[in-house]
Design a protein around this ligand. Structure first.
Ligand code: SF4
Ligand code: SF4
Length: 285
């Protein structure tokens, strides 16, 4: 079975316990304007141009000033002819899940500290069949598995028995705001959040705190209400807005539209304090 992989690499602590082999799968169901991996959003991948020398590499003249024309690239009949150059490349590679499992087998000795394999994205559940195949095989082999998800897949709870560590991102408790800014409803995410809170002993909910989007006192109170289903053993992590992905938006031919979204220390403390006062357990990974 084929799986589209955006990138892979080792990471310690942020994406589950111990030393982890992290696979970012291509494609996302949301479009967060601050996304630090915007090249992960298009389900079939996108072309990244790394510098203005990429202009001369497209035989159709679809790259100008180091910016690919995302629409023309998506409609391009041929795969990018120069996609393997250093200046112009496809965001993902298509691989066989058996090869991925063999790669994980070869890396197993690095999980000695309780680590394992993490799938993230993009939104890994978008490649449902491949993800299910990988999680099932790893679970049978006794490899510790983690999934970071935006919670948008309606069948997510079916995977809970094969996910040792679940990270569920929750961006805004209000559906209308979620739709307007992110382009997708939050309803399935909140349904999956409640299911995970009920069915799982372990759950980490991550909130990206973005100035002007979800950082007001009222937002914090609404998050506290939406997360009131969490129990002992469930944690919440609040991650402040950063701009790590800004340059990549241009490289993908897309405009970075977020302005003035950094969150002050005071706002961050106040937001966290409202969550803590509501009984939620906050952590920092
Ligand atoms: S996919 Fe590659 S070859 Fe096709 S238009 Fe885009 S940059 Fe040009
Ligand atoms: S859900 Fe995650 S991967 Fe998808 S657009 Fe938002 S930040 Fe990016």
């Amino acid at each position: 079975m084929t799986v589209r992989i955006l990138q892979r690499g080792f990471n310690f602590s942020q994406d589950g316990p111990g030393n982890r082999l992290v696979y970012h799968l291509q494609g996302c169901t949301m479009r967060c304007p601050w996304c630090s991996n915007p090249e992960s959003i298009a389900p079939k991948g996108c072309i990244l141009a790394l510098g203005e020398e990429a202009d001369r590499l497209c035989p159709f003249g679809a790259v100008r000033g180091g910016m690919p024309d995302a629409e023309r690239c998506a409609a391009c009949e041929k795969p990018c002819l120069a996609a393997h150059s250093r200046s112009l490349r496809m965001s993902c590679t298509e691989e066989d899940t058996d090869d991925v499992l063999r790669e994980i087998d070869r890396s197993k000795m690095l999980f000695f500290d309780g680590g394992g394999v993490t799938f993230t994205g993009g939104e890994a559940t978008l490649q449902w069949d491949a993800l299910e195949t990988l999680l099932t095989a790893l679970h049978e082999k006794g490899v510790h598995t983690a999934l970071e998800t935006n919670g948008s897949h309606p069948r997510l709870p079916e995977l809970f028995d094969r996910i040792d560590w679940l990270i569920l991102d929750c961006k805004h408790p209000d559906d209308e705001t979620h739709r307007r800014v992110i382009g997708a409803s939050n309803r399935q995410t909140l349904r999956n959040l409640r299911a995970a809170a009920e069915m799982r002993a372990q759950l980490l909910v991550r909130i990206p705190l973005v100035g002007g989007f979800n950082d007001s006192e009222q937002d914090a109170e609404r998050f506290a209400e939406a997360l009131s289903c969490l129990r002992d053993g469930h944690d919440v992590e609040v991650l402040r807005y950063h701009e790590y992905g800004r340059d990549k938006w241009k490289q993908c031919g897309m405009e970075y539209t977020v302005r003035d979204a950094f969150v002050s220390d005071e706002t961050y403390r106040q937001f966290c304090s409202i969550l803590q006062q509501s009984g939620l357990h906050l952590i920092h990974t």
